[in-house]
Design a protein around this ligand. Structure first.
Ligand code: ATP
Ligand code: MG
Length: 568
């Protein structure tokens, strides 16, 4: 199997832009990017793409990527999200020197708004939001100018001053840029720059009564920080003329500290079977569909981390899919394939039995006191990495196997345990089934085998072969654990495609919690959060909090390869 890094680098048009800019000396060779989350929820896999694009680009060209909180809406934002976002970015593998905040620029932004007013390029409008929105018109449908559009500069300065001082009520007025109500781009029809909000801001407290809109805050914050390439997702494409208009006015006034930044848009990351809207993720939590932001079924970085996804594999996936301007949906199986490849290289092998069936060795020896002998067998920790060495596991007269690994009446091509059949127990012995006990319902309750003492370590000196190697856990030494198995949270490839409501596609059985699973003793002290391969079953992450709970990260089969084959 090839290492993840062997996969080819994908096209990245943003990178090409930077190279062209450097050749032309646009920013004097400087490359400075930013990742601008709004602290109103947790980061998800879509954000991971933006983070990878922003941070990798800066790093490649010797620049810096700022983490800037776009904290301009006091109603929905919270300091707890700020901390979680910083933590998640660190986990993903990127270093943030000092987080920056759009709210740190509130004074500068308000001063620059006053400058636009002084130049006759902004005005205060007391009409209500609904009226303003109606007057904006539509495509092919000209807008209507506000009756306040031509009030004097003095009056505007006075009114904005009173907005700023908190003398006007919530919603009583807005500040608008005076651009063009007939502009073919709706964003340019006198967009709102400031609103009055009574809310309490998580950093500025009650100090501000007016809050800048995204468009007014964003480009200007970029300019203050000396950002060169301001990268965002395609839905901001129509905002770019406005982004440029604001900066053009300030550049013409000679107040920008650095060269004027430029916005470029790239396609959002979308995954099959997944939703990445914070609002919908929040609804999954409030509806009780999942346990919280870090539920292992969530596409949040917290969820993926708890599920056992290595941060490297998320970065590798994001780099592999590349950066383009065409919206598309990637298969979640591709992401899983990166996870599996990485885990195959690093995850130690362990044995656990999820649905246990008892097996007794009828010819197992006892000591003088009549107690069964306990042997220590040696097991390889990771055949992919010799440095991981070996461990021992106890083996004695009773052990657990998967219920599936025994059949009283085997179907054709069934090579596992069945009456008369000899199989290998991984690292231990060959055993032959000599019978089984049933309960009152006729269900198999216990299997009887004999073992061949000559096959210790799992090979027969006479060279005879068996068709099956099975995992097992010694019954007298097993640790009881819980194991959570997961299916896709949304069964449809494109959630909501059929009915328009993504929640119609929820799989009600996306989690199966197995109790009383049997794990080899070495798993009792697995480090919280570590991921192991349960032999033959898949990769499982040790929960971050509960030492006796494991989450199935991903199965062993490479479904991505199958999808590729199907597609030809
Ligand atoms: P949501 O729509 O889920 O609320 P958002 O875009 O409003 O997400 P922000 O916190 O504003 O979330 O996003 C921070 C940055 O992450 C933005 O630059 C945004 O473009 C980018 N981003 C968000 N979702 C994705 C995605 N699915 N793919 C790529 N980038 C994304
Ligand atoms: Mg947003």
């Amino acid at each position: 199997m090839s290492a993840p890094d062997d996969r080819p680098a994908a096209a990245n048009f943003v990178r090409d832009l930077v190279i062209a800019d450097n050749e032309q000396g646009t920013f004097g060779g400087r490359v400075q990017t930013r990742f601008p989350p709004e602290p109103n929820g947790y980061l998800h896999i879509g954000h991971a793409k933006a983070i990878t694009v922003d941070f990798d680009l800066a790093a490649e060209f010797g620049g810096v990527c700022n983490l800037r909180f776009d904290d301009t809406n006091p109603d929905t934002e919270d300091a707890s999200y700020v901390e979680a976002i910083v933590d998640d970015i660190g986990w993903l593998g990127y270093e943030v020197a000092t987080p920056l905040y759009a709210s740190d620029y509130f004074s500068q932004l308000a001063d620059w708004a006053e400058l636009l007013i002084q130049q006759g390029k902004a005005y205060v409008d007391e009409q209500d939001g609904e009226t303003i929105s109606k007057q904006r018109g539509g495509y092919g449908n000209p807008g209507t100018e506000s009756p306040h559009r031509d009030r004097s500069i003095e009056e505007n300065l006075d009114l904005f001053g009173r907005m700023r001082a908190g003398e006007l009520d919530d919603g009583a007025a807005v500040l608008r840029a005076k651009i063009d109500m007939q502009h073919e781009n709706m964003q340019m029809r006198d967009p709102v720059m400031y609103r009055i909000r009574a809310g309490h801001h998580h950093r500025t407290g009650d100090g501000w009564k007016i809050y800048p809109t995204y468009d007014w805050a964003h480009g200007q914050s970029d300019a203050i920080e000396g950002i060169t390439h301001s990268l965002c997702t395609l839905e901001f494409d129509s905002h770019r003329p406005l982004y440029d208009w604001y900066l053009d006015q300030l550049a013409a006034a000679g107040v920008l500290p650095y060269a004027q930044p430029r916005q470029s848009e790239f396609a959002r990351l979308e995954l099959t079977h997944t939703v990445t809207s914070k609002r919908k993720l929040l609804q999954l939590i409030s509806d009780g569909v999942v346990d919280g932001w870090d539920d292992p079924r969530m596409p949040t970085l917290r969820g993926l981390r708890r599920r056992g996804y290595p941060a490297e594999s998320i970065r590798e996936f994001c780099r592999f899919i590349g950066v383009s301007r065409t919206n598309s949906r990637n298969e979640i199986e591709l992401l899983e394939s990166f996870v599996r490849t990485r885990l195959n290289a690093v995850a130690q092998r362990r044995m656990a039995v999820l649905r246990p069936l008892e097996v007794v060795i009828d010819n197992w020896p006892s000591d003088d006191a009549g107690a069964p002998i306990v042997e220590q067998v040696e097991l390889i920790n990771n055949p992919e990495n010799a440095d991981d060495g070996t461990r021992t596991a106890p083996f004695s007269g009773r052990f657990w196997i998967e219920q599936d690994d025994f059949k009283a009446e085997p179907p054709p091509k069934y090579y596992r345990l069945t009456p008369g059949r000899e199989v290998r127990l991984r690292g231990a012995f060959f055993v032959t089934c000599v019978g089984f006990d049933t309960d009152a319902n006729g269900d198999v309750e216990r299997v009887h085998v004999t073992y061949d003492p000559e096959t210790r370590g799992g090979n027969a000196p006479d060279g005879r072969k068996v068709k099956s190697t099975m995992h097992w856990v010694s019954a007298d030494h097993a640790v009881d654990v819980q194991v959570a198995l997961y299916e896709r949270l949304f069964s449809a490839e494109i959630p909501g495609e059929a009915t328009g409501d993504v929640f119609d596609d929820l799989d009600p059985n996306s989690r199966e919690l197995l109790e009383g699973c049997k794990a080899e003793p070495a798993l009792g002290d697995a480090a919280l959060g570590s991921v192991v391969q349960f032999e033959r079953l898949g990769y499982f992450a040790h929960d971050l909090h509960d030492p006796l709970l494991f989450h199935r990260t991903v199965g062993l089969r490479d479904e991505w390869a199958n999808i590729q084959k199907r597609k030809g």
